[in-house]
Design a protein. Structure first.
Length: 308
């Protein structure tokens, strides 16, 4: 089966696109990395390493491998997904081959950057990576970063590959999501937009690859579970406002700033060209954080049912 490696650790409805905490000198903060990974485990969320939220492309290959090694060695009870992104196919193949030997559960395969290939080029790109992988793969449609949508025709050709398990759909366009849902029934669709969950729940989304879960692990899982049960009462406008606050400047700047203020990480340091100085002083993150805490407290009985 496509997802047997993940099902052995339970298939989560939330995958946290984990930040990569950095010390003030710019090196990886492995102590904070352990802490935030274990917080995701406690919430029951899957972990995605080295995505755009994890500043994966800003890290060296040695740092990337060290991050994956470190989290794998924690022996967590939740699955680990590793991002595969860039524009050199041979480099991505080598990266997958290295990670194939580690205790990972899945891969996130991004559209190649900058090149803006057409259907034939994208089919070849993804087919090569799927063949290389030893674990289930989630395709990643993110036109805001790659410049192109993955064509439906490409996904139709790939959906029966034994390693093509799911898609992270982050176009922010409901019509695009519905087109994949209609024409590519063999893959599971996950939202890549935190705020879209309530809107996509009725359209067959299976979960969320989340930024907000970094700062609110248990709260975000409760939000997603309620959306999937079509229990929308109380989700608006709290979660829309929270997500807006986390994307007021480029991700992951706001979420790192909030996590530093909450004591979850030691420093909000980012890799250039991103910098915490982009965020305004009146960022309102603490106010939003309090709103989410209040929401979670008010929905505590439902949350207990979610986590049991």
């Amino acid at each position: 089966m496509k997802i047997q490696h993940i099902e052995s650790k339970r298939l989560p409805c939330v995958w946290t696109a984990l930040i990569t905490p950095l010390l003030p000198d710019g090196t990886v903060d492995f102590n904070s990395l352990s802490n935030i990974a274990r917080a995701q485990e406690e919430a029951g969320n899957g972990i995605l390493l080295l995505g755009s939220t994890g500043e994966g492309l800003a890290l060296s290959e040695q740092e990337q491998l060290a991050v994956v090694h470190h989290v794998c060695q924690l022996a967590l009870s939740v699955p680990i997904m590793v991002a595969v992104g860039g524009y050199q196919l041979a480099v991505q193949e080598r990266w997958i081959q290295a990670c194939n030997e580690l205790r990972v559960s899945a891969y996130l395969l991004a559209t190649p950057l900058y090149a803006k290939p057409g259907p034939s080029g994208l089919t070849q790109w993804f087919s090569t990576l799927l063949d290389c992988a030893k674990h289930p793969c989630m395709l990643y449609n993110v036109p805001s970063r790659s410049g192109v949508n993955i064509p439906v025709s490409t996904v139709q050709q790939l959906q029966n590959h034994p390693n093509c398990w799911a898609m992270k759909e982050a176009s922010g366009d409901l019509a695009t999501f519905l087109s994949y849902k209609q024409h590519c029934p063999e893959i599971a669709l996950f939202s890549g937009e935190d705020a879209m969950m309530p809107y996509l729940a009725g359209a067959g989304v299976e979960g969320l690859v989340s930024v907000s879960a970094n700062a609110w692990p248990k709260e975000t899982r409760a939000y997603v579970e309620k959306a999937l049960r079509n229990e929308h009462h109380g989700l608006f406008p709290v979660w829309q406002n929270a997500v807006d606050a986390l994307f007021q400047v480029a991700n992951p700047i706001p979420v790192k700033v909030l996590m530093k203020e909450k004591g979850m990480i030691a420093s909000a340091t980012l890799r250039a060209p991103l910098t915490e100085h982009e965020i305004p002083k009146n960022h309102q993150l603490q106010q939003v954080d309090q709103l989410i805490e209040n929401w979670f407290s008010e929905n505590h009985q439902q949350v207990i049912g979610v986590q049991s």
